[in-house]
Design a protein around this ligand. Sequence first.
Ligand code: ZN
Ligand code: ZN
Length: 308
Amino acid sequence: MKFKVLGSGAGIPSRTRNTQSFVLDVVEEINQYFLIDASEALQHRILDTTIRPSKIRHIFITHLHGDHIFGLPGFLSSRAHQGGEGIPLVVHGPKGLEEWVEATFRTSSSHLNYPIQFNEVGHGDAFDVEGFTVTVRLLDHAIDSFLYVFEEPDKPGALKSEKLRDIGIRPGPVYKEIKSSDTFEHEGIIYETADFLNAPSDGRKIAVHGDTRVIRDKEYLALLDGADLIVHEATYLHGEQEKAHLYFHSEIDDVLMNLSQISYCQLLFSHISNRYDAEMVQQVEGQLAENIRIAHDFLEITIPRDSR
Ligand SMILES: [Zn+2]
Ligand SMILES: [Zn+2]
């Protein structure tokens, strides 16, 4: 599982930063990519990767500000001609998204050759997406903006084949049968399958924020606790906490202070204002712990299993 940054900037694109678009690469797990936000240069960014648009079957939109959605109609149109024909797509997002996409398609006489479905999300929703549990939480922004928490199911441990051999069961199709039931019988004795399994590995948890002020309540922090990766905005990288609050955004030190109350493996800051040059970003990143990064376009982060 990997997290790929296709746009790391805030508000207005710069020469080096597209506005916000991310991909959660779950190709190894389910042969798909989850796209999170769809900013203007999304299509161009995708062309510079190996991502196939037809493998994007779910898009998650955090909120309806232009820097997060202005690439969506173009992406949807092109996908039809990039191997997406007949392959269904679900767009998860706030109220109003479907209406906007439909109006855009109507006025531009655009048509899709694959089924598209809109899933209107709201605070507290939790639903299944291809085996992942996706939890939605309202953030604190000028308009409704959401956090998506993706939770992978736990992976059952492998069979301890040596232990099975010890009781006289040789490898074969029977192993599959044993694994799929809670108990099994051998030579008149009933065994518990759990005694013949290695420990299961925990499913990974990835939390991706839309634009937001820093949120301090306990229920929110509990939702993030134990995450393998948290992606949070840091429109402000250097002081100006009051200004960040005023404009419904976050300042990096304030986020770090807030998240110091919980445990997590990796933290990625994105939605970086174009006021900061590369040197300044490097300087700020140099002061962060090793598991905390500042995003740049095309950054890829590996999310290992059992890293907690
Ligand atoms: Zn934004
Ligand atoms: Zn916004």
